[in-house]
Structures are given as C-alpha cells and as structure tokens.
Write a protein that binds this ligand. Sequence first.
Ligand SMILES: [Zn+2]
Length: 436
Amino acid sequence: MRPCWLQLLGAVLAGLPGISVSADWLVLENLNLIDGTGQEPRRVERLVARDGMIVTIGHEAAIAAAFEAVTVIDLDGAAVIPGLIDSHVHLSGFPGDREAIAGRMAAALRGGITSVRDMAGDARVLGDTQRALTRGEFPGLTVSYAALVGGRSMFADPRIGLASAGHNPGDAPWAQAIDSDTDLVLAVARATGTGASAIKIYGNLDAKQVHAIAAETHRQGLKVWAHATVFPAGPADLLDAGADVLSHAPYLVFAGVDSVPTDYGARREGPYDTVEPGHRRIRKLLRRMARTGTFLDTTLLIYRDAISRAEGEEAGAWSKKAFAWGVEVTRIAHELGVPLAAGTDRFMVDEWSMPDLHAELEILVTEAGLSSMAAIQSATRNAASAAGLADRGTLEVGKAADLVVLESNPLEEITATTGIRLVIKDGVIVHRAESP
Ligand SMILES: [Zn+2]
C-alpha cells in the first residue's frame, strides 16, 4: 500500500525527540460512516482530522501511534453522520441576545446541530458570534445568515424593530426597506458589509422588484433566499428571478392561483381547498425547481405545532389543511427531484430539550415518505449547499470535521438521530454523553 502523506509526516515527527504534535489531531476508529453524500454506509477503520479538517478516511496503517498529543477514540462500530444543519432558524433579534445565544448554541451542539442557516435577525450579534467562534472563544455554531429586504410596509413588524434597534425601521443594513427609489447596488453592498451570505427576500415586493433585487444580489456574489411567496410576487416569479432557496412548503399553494394577494397578511389563508398539491401548475413549478436545483426549505414542524396551538375551530381547521398540504407537496417535490433542506423556523426556546430539527426529520420520513437517508441528507449535504457552506455537510477529505456519533443506526429508525454519544465540531469534541 502506498503510504499517505500523513504517515510520512508522522514518521518524520516521531523520529525527532522532543517534538510533540498538538492535540489538533483527532483520530476516530472503527466507525460505521454515513457520509452524507448518499453513498451506502460503510465500515471505516479510521477517520483522521487535523486542525478541524478531515485529512484521511479509510484503512491506512497505524498513523496515530506516531503522535503523542493526538486524541484517539475507538467508536466500536457506532454510526457517524455529518453534523446536522438547520436550514431555517432565527438566532438573534431578541433582548438579552448575547448570553441567550451562547446558551442556545450550546444546546444545539448537544443536540447534534453544528451549523445553521439564519433567516434574518440582528446581523451585529450574528457577526459577533462568528468572530468569537473563529477565535475559539466558545464552542459555537457555524452560522450562514441573511440580510433581509422587504416592502416598506413590512417594517412595522415589532420583531424587525427589535432586530434593528438603533436604526429607523427599514434603514438597518441587515433589514432594509426597498421601494422604487432604492439604489439596489448600494443596498446589496450594505447587506454584504454585515457579513451576510445572502439576501432574504421577505414580503410585499412585486415581481419586477424581486427580479431586480435577485439580479443585483447574484452579481455581488450573495445567495438569494426567499419565502416561497412574497406578496404580490408569487413562487413562479421568485423562480424566474433565480432564487436559490424557497422557504415554507405550504406557501407553494400560491403557485396554483392566477394572482397572489398583494397583502403579506393573507399568507395564513392559502387556497388549500381549491388547489391540490398535485395541481398541474404546482407540478410544473416543482419540475422547474428540480431542474434549476432550487432548494425547498420545508418547515413542516411549525405547521404541525400550529394545529395544537390554534385557538378556535376555524383556526384549527386552517392549520390542519396547511400542514397536510405542506406534507403532500413535500412528498411530490421529493419524488420530482427537488432538493429538500430541512428547516424549522425556530430555535431552542427550551435550552434543555432536543433541537426541533429532529422532529422535522421525523415528519419528513413518517409523513412525507422520505427515506431516512434522504432525510439525513436534507439536514446535511443539501442544507450545507443551501446555506452556501461549501466546506461542510458531508464527511469527505477536505471537509470540516463536524460530525455526530450515534448510539444506533438512523437508517433503520430516523429517531436514532436523537441518541447522541458524541458531537464533534471543527475537529473538537464539544459534547460527550455521560455513560449510563
Ligand atoms: Zn423564519
């Protein structure tokens, strides 16, 4: 067998007295690797990470012995999946953010989440957490976040006001009101300056505005993330504009009507009775999404939870319809080849419970008919790609060592993603379950 460079380096260092290699080496032995690429799980003798990056996977001869300060863990055949990525969270924008975010991130890590796509909040706080993470100040999540744009009328929302504290509503670089006078080149440049990786197209914008915003956003190298309908621009307008990700499966219902209402407030009353999820227009839209590789960020859990939270018969009936419709359109989207990204639109209200993403995965399998493998990919490979995190989402050489060691095989039972033994973020153990 040809020795890999690591073995050679190991041999060289081992021969030099007094040199100790730092603990930035991590060696996992005897694992059942589900790498996120869709490849069948495989038994791997050894996975090696250096400085947070995977450098070898396979059966090469003993390299670890050459190092003194290396962490070696025998996993005894346990299943390993890539660190999970929630494609729709809102980490910031609340009072008391600084402490709360560290707590939410710690809870997320314990629950196997290693990255998130943040769909808008206070970019000052999000940028600060990424700075702290880079400097190793606390074990946090990799966050790919959006700067939001919307019609002026959206900015009366008190949540946006909180996330923009210190600015007039609509004037913060991460939450900008767009109208016919807006200089879009400047608006996107201001958004870029916040550290955002995408523009989120939110609400109350028409097709022409959406086209112009998306074109300028792509020209400046950011991604375009949108709600699946933004009123009056509909799902087809957003696809025409080149959106990279559409959020909230039930919103696709608006692709089945001639015109989308002009008021964002109408989003709760989708035409679920008259437009079937398998409607010709919906299928046409989904086929286009499959062709263009546009991700569908599902967020089914929030619709299921709305059923139990609904007050009154009418609200309950609406919630049931929206959830059932969303589940069915997700099933069809998956069958037609639309890449799915599992998002929850929530995050860690209770710091001690399992992250919501696990429930979203369970819904994708038990209700929308995905295989466990497809569900895992929706929260790993697909989610990384939707978030623009090119160095994460799969366990391959050259990718970040973000991974979760499970007690049992999630391909047999998707709920096994909650049975977590070990969580590793950028090659560092950030959570180890206490042995029973
Ligand atoms: Zn959201």
